[in-house]
Design a protein around this ligand. Structure first.
Ligand code: SF4
Ligand code: SF4
Length: 172
């Protein structure tokens, strides 16, 4: 797993030919501590179809936010957040297990159960248990983490509040 800089993110997304396009879902679904913007509420700086109105002055957490679909071509095109209604990222904090976080749009809280997404997530869970980079796979709906995905299914979790977006990302 690696931590990406803003330049890394740009370089990697360019290399695999991906860009945000009309998607601004992270500016809606994720919290931005520096702006006191809660989850599942549009950032006041977001201009739909145009992007961030303060792009050159946006907070550090926005600059460093790494959407896994954007930088990693191993996630198929159908994981484009605007299409999948899910944002995927990695949380890698020193005091917690590394987590592949699957943020579901509040209007589509069960979309992760649909195919081909669920099969992909179970494969990722298996890789997280057996591959060189260990991590767990968790499903969130913006209010709480609801499920832990395992190689052969998913188990419900006791309600836990989602943490803030991670400063970096990973390579898986
Ligand atoms: S969720 Fe990903 S693809 Fe969508 S705007 Fe944010 S970084 Fe771009
Ligand atoms: S400041 Fe800009 S990049 Fe950050 S959440 Fe708001 S609109 Fe998105």
């Amino acid at each position: 797993m690696v931590t990406l800089t803003e330049a890394d993110i740009t370089q990697r997304s360019t290399r695999i030919g991906r860009q945000c396009g009309g998607c601004s879902l992270c500016c809606f679904m994720l919290d931005v501590v520096e702006l006191a913007k809660p989850q599942n509420m549009w950032c006041p700086n977001c201009r739909l179809g145009e992007g961030c109105a303060i792009y050159h002055d946006r907070p550090g957490i926005c600059r460093g936010y790494t959407c896994a679909w954007l930088v990693n071509g191993s996630w198929p095109d159908y994981w484009y957040p605007l299409q999948s209604k899910m944002i995927i990222d990695f949380e890698a904090l020193p005091d917690r297990p590394v987590t592949l976080r699957v943020h579901c749009h509040p209007s589509y809280p069960d979309v992760w159960r649909q195919e081909p997404y669920f099969t992909d997530l179970k494969r990722r869970a298996e890789r997280g248990q057996t591959g060189p980079n260990r991590y767990r796979v968790m499903i969130g709906n913006g209010r709480e983490w609801t499920h832990l995905v395992l190689p052969d299914g998913a188990v419900p979790l006791a309600a836990q509040k989602p943490g803030p977006p991670p400063p970096g990302a990973n390579d898986d």
